[in-house]
Ligand binder design. Structure first.
Ligand code: G4F
Length: 329
């Protein structure tokens, strides 16, 4: 039985990845930070096979202990301060967790080692935010980075240190440069879920308007369940490498808004949407669209969920959840 350790187990990607690995027969461990973390119960209920181990990306000793306990074949580092807007408010914390946290996990892997025949394999959750003010379109593994937020800067460090540990110490370390990926499990702070939840509430008469920031940025949005499969595939190859994971399509935030309202039967979104400068960022990433041909050719990875299906699934889910809340009173 293969063993895997996932940091960021309580997030959208951590939960989908844990389910995928359990379905493949892995013993899965999740790193859980904090005392009495309220999300532990959610993991116990949703994926009872997962064993949670206490540790923190800011504490190398705890990471060493967790890796010694889990004895993983594969480590997936998904934990991060992942909300770009928050990284402008707490840049130092973001650098410490999203950036230096990667270095600490790599060091812990180096210290514990794994067996000579079976060294620990490492996956780093890199991000299309690293491309920032893009130098070329579409973006590939070779596109230079120009991050536009403390989050993007921290992710560039995480990516570079992953490549450096691979080249310096021969670690089986891969970096997945994932473009935006969303789902019914996405946090409400991210724009897609903020939109679909508000659409559901407006449709049910629970809310009158949706306040958003910049509606012009374009993103390459896929479904998270497709993307965690790419993470796993990267660690099953003969050689470690870096891969862009994306759909190759880009859509403006306002297109997402329009499609989401239409799914709920509202044709004119403009009467409900208010642009609020509070949600604008000090620097914006205007356009992201990825070229995943390397992942498609080498990993055999293909996205299954289209942009329309993604929006429809999220809106339908939120309509169901909000209706249930109403009927429960
Ligand atoms: O949903 P977002 O907050 O995602 P963002 O900034 O693209 O980052 C996400 O994708 C990255 C991959 O490229 C990940 F690395 C990262 O961890 C995260 O998962 O914002 C998307 C766009 C931005 O341009 C933002 O300015 O939507 C715009 N937006 C407009 N109004 C808004 C809002 N974003 C949020 N969160 N809230 C708004 O009200």
């Amino acid at each position: 039985m293969k063993r895997a350790l996932i940091t960021g187990i309580t997030g959208q990607d951590g939960r989908y990845l844990a389910e995928l690995l359990v379905s493949k027969g892995y013993q899965v461990f999740g790193l859980l930070k904090g005392q009495a973390n309220p999300k532990a119960q959610m993991i116990h209920t949703e994926i009872p096979q997962v064993e949670l181990l206490a540790g923190d990306l800011t504490d190398l000793t705890s990471l060493v202990r967790v890796i010694e306990t889990a004895q993983p074949d594969e480590v997936y580092n998904l934990a991060a301060i992942s909300f770009v807007a928050m990284s402008f408010q707490q840049p130092e914390l973001t650098a410490n967790i999203t950036g230096l946290g990667v270095l600490r996990v790599l060091e812990a892997i180096r210290i514990v080692g794994g067996s000579q025949n079976n060294p620990i394999r490492f996956y780093q959750a890199s991000s299309s935010e690293m491309f920032g003010k893009v130098r070329e379109t579409p973006q590939t593994e070779m596109t230079p980075f120009h991050p536009r937020s403390p989050y993007g800067c921290a992710k560039v460090f995480g990516h570079d240190i992953t490549v450096n540990y691979r080249e310096s110490y021969g670690l089986f370390a891969c970096s997945g440069i994932l473009f935006n990926h969303e789902s019914e499990r996405r946090g409400h702070e991210f724009v897609t879920r903020k939109i679909t939840n508000a659409v559901a509430r407006i449709k049910l008469g629970l809310q009158n308007e949706l306040a958003l920031g910049n509606l012009e940025p374009q993103r390459d949005w896929g479904h998270a369940e497709d993307y965690v499969e790419a993470m796993w595939l990267m660690l099953q190859q003969d050689e470690p490498d870096d891969y862009v994971v994306a759909t190759g399509e880009t859509h403006a935030v306002k297109e997402f808004v329009d499609k989401a309202f239409r799914r709920a039967g509202i044709d004119d979104y403009e009467q409900y949407v208010r642009v609020d400068p509070r949600f604008f960022r000090p620097a914006e990433v205007d356009l992201l669209v990825g070229d995943a041909s390397k992942a498609e050719a080498k990993l055999g990875w293909h996205r299954r969920v289209s942009f329309d299906d993604l929006v429809h699934r999220m809106v339908d889910h939120d309509l169901k959840v909000e209706s249930e809340l109403v009927s429960r009173g």
